[in-house]
Write a protein that binds this ligand. Sequence first.
Ligand SMILES: Nc1nc2c(ncn2[C@@H]2O[C@H](COP(=O)(O)OP(=O)(O)OP(=O)(O)OP(=O)(O)OC[C@H]3O[C@@H](n4cnc5c(=O)[nH]c(N)nc54)[C@H](O)[C@@H]3O)[C@@H](O)[C@H]2O)c(=O)[nH]1
Length: 148
Amino acid sequence: MALRACGLIIYRRLQAGSPSKVGDNIEYLLLQTSYGTHHWTPPKGHVDPGEDDLQTALRETQEEAGLDSNQFTLIEGFKKELQYIVRSKPKTVIYWLAEMNDCNTEIKLSDEHQAFRWLKLEEACKCAEYKEMQAAFRAVHQFLCSKA
Ligand SMILES: Nc1nc2c(ncn2[C@@H]2O[C@H](COP(=O)(O)OP(=O)(O)OP(=O)(O)OP(=O)(O)OC[C@H]3O[C@@H](n4cnc5c(=O)[nH]c(N)nc54)[C@H](O)[C@@H]3O)[C@@H](O)[C@H]2O)c(=O)[nH]1
């Protein structure tokens, strides 16, 4: 059976100064795994039995980044599905989009991650490394800039 995981692409808008370009004040949250190749992804994880996809995304965000749903706002109109192969099996990852209500909110990692970063689009794409995740970040950024 295909693997399935869900998560949130979380961003914050920096308030200081006025950005030279639309979207330049946006930073995305990435977490680095403490296992395997120490890759970076937004908070996400496997769907537990009886859970719906959005519940999984919210639970994983709480567990992996220490963020409760009252600390961010889900952004309507964006949902992105990624597909890639993990250990010879297809994996689907569904991301929703959320904006931090306060850009200074503390991130609290679990044992599954060893570091976090808030990164602008190009840095986030470099850090995320995989083309599927890079395409998701670019799609989010375009979506946010088109609403600005
Ligand atoms: N000790 C150990 N333990 C592990 C390991 N592995 C897992 N655990 C355990 O599992 C639990 C995590 O459970 P959840 O939190 O519920 O789920 P997820 O978050 O879904 O879990 P993953 O981290 O497995 O998921 P992915 O991010 O999808 O990485 C899987 C592979 O795909 C690559 N990859 C990532 N993104 C992309 C992409 O966009 N495109 C492409 N092409 N490839 C991509 C990536 O480089 C990697 O090689 C942990 O607690 C551990 O106990 C491991 O290697 N060693």
